[in-house]
Design a protein. Structure first.
Length: 399
């Protein structure tokens, strides 16, 4: 053993204490044993990485867990029966009239455990296609048919469309119709006429194989008496079970009807549907938390045309009539003002004719952005003898 090795070993205090007290033979044997222990430790340290690598290569790889930790699901509270007006003025989430909505992944099948589905997801992209439904009449209200695409001029958000996909006269598209009846105290004497005319309208309009309708009433708050169905008996029962009483919350009722029913209307298979809301009221709102603009915006988000029939039969028009006209025209519909309650059936008949005499224009807007903004629509007939009724605009989808 070299002297340098001996000096290195002598640096350990325990070893120096042993050397001072032990005889020369014992100290020499202890030095040899200590050197053997050190070399064994060195070889073990050199061999450890190699053994570790060999051990990892012999162990099969385990797939990482892809399931994220389960998050606690917040409990949702039931929606209020009346909308809060400020909430309706927030950034819109609706889409354009009959617009192809943003594509999402296919929802997991209900039977899959823990919401997992081993089937392949269906992915699609955003489609910025607008399908605009509109009506053309002459100055006397007679419907004009057999017009062509080049008979119209269109501006979407003050720009000509980038591309027109189709132009057709739609007379048989499936309907999703809501009947909204004012059941407040102010129309008590006219209520039976409203009910009778509404029942007759549904009997003439709703086709059993393709159309669906629902019935809502409102006084201080809106309420549903019959959800979507094509059963005439159920629709009639939903109308006749109403009883007048209370104040008038017209704007809340229009808002809720579009938000909770027409925005979520059942689709047709295949193809698009037309959505309409028929409002029967005197227009005198005194209970709503929503504003007229809130109701109009929700109708536009729900791609719904509003037709209003006034129950005010006084010789002069009042503020309620102007409100009905404002809502109807902003959504591409029209308001009717029968001079007598007996004439209400004729107003329903005019709505029926219009629903079967509409045009459809599908196009791609120029400079379209998925930002949730409102895009105005300006559609006119080149022949100034004709009047075009269409929605004043729509809300783009937001990505």
């Amino acid at each position: 053993m070299k002297k340098s090795d001996m000096k290195w070993l002598d640096s350990f205090q325990p070893w120096t204490r042993f050397r001072a007290s032990a005889p020369p033979e014992s100290r020499h044997a202890a030095r040899i044993g200590q050197l053997d222990m050190i070399w064994t430790l060195a070889l073990a340290l050199l061999w450890a990485p190699v053994a570790l690598a060999l051990g990892q290569s012999s162990t099969p790889n385990q797939p990482p867990s892809s399931a994220p930790p389960a998050a606690s699901k917040p409990q949702s509270s039931a929606p209020p029966s009346q909308p809060a007006a400020p909430a309706a003025s927030t950034t819109p989430q609706g889409t354009a009239p009959q617009t192809a909505t943003p594509g999402t992944q296919q929802a997991p099948k209900p039977g899959a455990p823990n919401g997992q589905d081993n089937s392949q997801y269906t992915l699609s992209t955003y489609a910025n296609e607008v399908n605009l439904i509109f009506t053309v009449t002459d100055r006397h209200g007679r419907f004009i048919e057999n017009l062509q695409q080049n008979d119209f001029a269109l501006l979407d958000d003050q720009k000509a469309p980038a591309q027109v996909f189709s132009f057709t006269q739609q007379t048989n598209l499936p309907l999703r119709v809501g009947i909204l009846i004012d059941a407040s105290t102010s129309i008590r004497q006219r209520f039976e006429f409203e009910q009778s005319a509404a029942v007759q309208f549904l009997q003439q309009v709703v086709r059993p194989r393709s159309d669906l309708a629902f019935v809502m009433g409102f006084d201080v708050s809106p309420y549903v008496t019959q959800s979507y169905t094509n059963d005439q008996d159920r629709l009639e029962a939903g109308i006749t079970k109403m009883r007048p009483g209370g104040g008038t919350a017209l704007f809340d009722a229009v808002y809720v009807a579009c938000r909770d029913h027409l925005l979520k209307a059942p689709n047709a298979t295949p193809g698009a549907v037309r959505k309409a809301l028929v409002v029967i009221s005197d227009g005198d709102d005194n209970q709503s938390r929503a504003y007229p603009d809130d109701a109009i915006k929700m109708c536009q988000r729900a791609e719904t045309i509003v037709y209003a029939i006034s129950t005010n039969v006084s010789p002069s028009r009042d503020r309620g009539d102007d409100v009905l006209k404002q809502i109807a025209e902003a959504t591409g519909g029209v308001a009717f003002f029968p001079k007598r309650l007996e004439d209400m059936s004729q107003s329903f008949h005019n709505i029926e004719d219009e629903l079967r005499s509409q045009y459809s224009l599908a196009y791609r807007p120029a400079d379209f952005k998925l930002d949730g903004s409102f895009r105005s629509i300006y559609l006119v007939a080149l022949d100034r003898r004709y009047v075009v009724r269409a929605s004043k605009g729509y809300f783009a989808a937001k990505f």
